[in-house]
Every structure is written in structure tokens, then in C-alpha cells.
Design a protein around this ligand. Structure first.
Ligand code: PGA
Length: 243
């Protein structure tokens, strides 16, 4: 059986004044049997980690460098994230692929760096709107999996997140049938078939229960709706209800 994970990606949002939301989400995660992960800005991780977080709530970073240290201005290593309490790190988010030109090979190297630091890598893949419209989704995802998911990935060290780029932050989502077919396809492409596959892209309180109920959907990666306890709690509960 796969891990079941509700992961929040705060992106470049959140200052110390928002730590109250972290505590409130921690309270909401208290009794859940799924894993709840908050991938916070690196600046908030030490303060968040110092709070009394329940076992079900884990912290994560949003990116890491492939090296542990060195002359890489502005970057952060997996080891640094681990030191301040992160257990997860997102690698290959489409915003990193798009705005920082990250390649599949770099993302695979980042996943390995994450493992070396003892972190679970949340590896993101997803097609553009143009690729979706051209019916090339599976071909694109297969290429991204082959390039950015190291062959020795296991359910212990890796989580896959399928995030159609056109669904991120837009309020649009693929149909349930599409999500189901894509996740079922992805399962056959994994080096370890028990690796959890999350769906991401405009997950919210309204659609979470239907998406989380689909076979081969093991949780969600949530951007905007993870920023507040009011929006994130129903998503956690929707996953919890699928057990
Ligand atoms: P969204 O973002 O939930 O705001 O669409 C998802 C993501 O980018 O991980």
C-alpha cells in the first residue's frame, strides 16, 4: 500500500506573521493517519520546526542544489534543509523547470542529493497546455519520468507529483477520467510500483474528495489552498476519508 500524503507548497509566500497558520494546520493534522507535509520558504523552516508539530506533520523545502556546498550564490543544499528540520524536498516543480531552466537530468541529480541528505524527494512532472491539447500528455510524462526519476527510486525515498502546468493556479483541472487514466499509466512506469503518486493543480475543498477517491491517486500537492488552515483542512480530510 502507498503512503498517503497531503502536501502543501507555499512557494514564495509566507513570513513569520504567517506561522500561526502552520500551527493551526499542525492542529488540524493531529489525528490524521495520512502524512501532511508543508513545503515552506526556507526562511520559515527553523521557526516552524521549533514549534511543537505533531508526528503526522512534516516539513519540506521547495528545491535543493545538487551539491552539498560550494560557490552557488542564492542556492540551498538538501543538507541545509535537513539540518533545519525538513524531511521532504520538492524537486523539478514546473516553476523551477520554467523559470530556472531546470532539465530532467538536473532534477534526477537533485533527487539523489535529497536522498543523500536523508530527505524524501517529491519529484514533479507535468505537461504544458499546448502538449495537452496536442494529445501528447503521456509521451511528455514518460520522457520526464525516464529523465528525472532515478531508476533506484523507492517508495521510501521518493514521491511522484503529477501536475499539469495548465492546471496550476488556474482553477482548471483535467477531468476525473483523465486524472485516473494518467495516474494508472504513471503507475506502470515507476521503478517501484508502491511509490506514492500525488495529483497537483488547482486542488481545492470542492474537488479534493472526488480526485482523492480515484484509484492510483495517493494524495495531493497543493499550492494556493495550502496557505491557510481553512482551505487546507478540507483537503487533508478528503484524503483521510479515502482510507
Ligand atoms: P495550485 O498549485 O494548487 O495553486 O494550483 C499547485 C502547485 O504548483 O504545486
Amino acid at each position: 500500500m502507498c503512503r498517503r500524503i497531503a502536501a502543501g507548497n507555499w512557494k514564495m509566500n509566507g513570513v513569520a506573521a504567517d506561522l500561526g497558520e502552520v500551527s493551526a494546520i499542525a492542529d488540524a493534522a493531529q489525528d490524521t493517519t495520512c502524512e501532511v507535509v508543508l513545503c515552506l520558504p526556507a526562511t520559515l523552516l527553523p521557526q516552524a520546526g521549533a514549534r511543537n508539530l505533531p508526528k503526522a506533520l512534516k516539513l519540506g523545502g521547495q528545491d535543493c542544489h545538487v551539491e552539498t556546498n560550494g560557490a552557488y550564490t542564492g542556492d540551498i543544499s538538501a543538507e541545509m534543509l535537513a539540518e533545519v528540520g525538513a524531511k521532504y524536498v520538492i524537486v523539478g516543480h514546473s516553476e523551477r523547470r520554467q523559470f530556472h531552466g531546470e532539465s530532467d537530468a538536473q532534477i534526477a541529480a537533485k533527487a539523489r542529493a535529497a536522498w543523500d541528505a536523508g530527505l524524501t524527494a517529491i519529484i514533479c512532472i507535468g505537461e504544458t497546455e499546448e502538449q495537452y491539447r496536442a494529445g501528447r500528455t503521456l509521451e511528455v510524462l514518460d520522457r520526464q519520468i525516464a529523465g528525472s526519476l532515478p531508476q533506484n527510486a523507492t517508495s521510501e525515498n521518493t514521491v511522484l507529483a503529477y501536475e499539469p502546468i495548465w492546471a496550476i493556479g488556474t482553477g482548471l483541472t483535467p477531468s476525473l477520467a483523465e486524472v485516473s487514466a494518467i495516474h494508472t499509466h504513471l503507475r506502470t512506469r515507476l521503478p517501484d510500483e508502491t511509490i506514492a503518486i500525488l495529483y497537483g493543480g488547482s486542488v481545492n475543498a470542492k474537488n479534493a474528495d472526488k480526485i482523492m477517491n480515484l484509484e492510483n491517486v495517493d494524495g495531493s500537492l497543493v499550492g494556493g489552498a495550502s496557505l491557510t488552515v481553512a482551505k487546507f483542512t478540507p483537503i487533508i480530510k478528503a484524503l483521510e476519508a479515502t482510507k
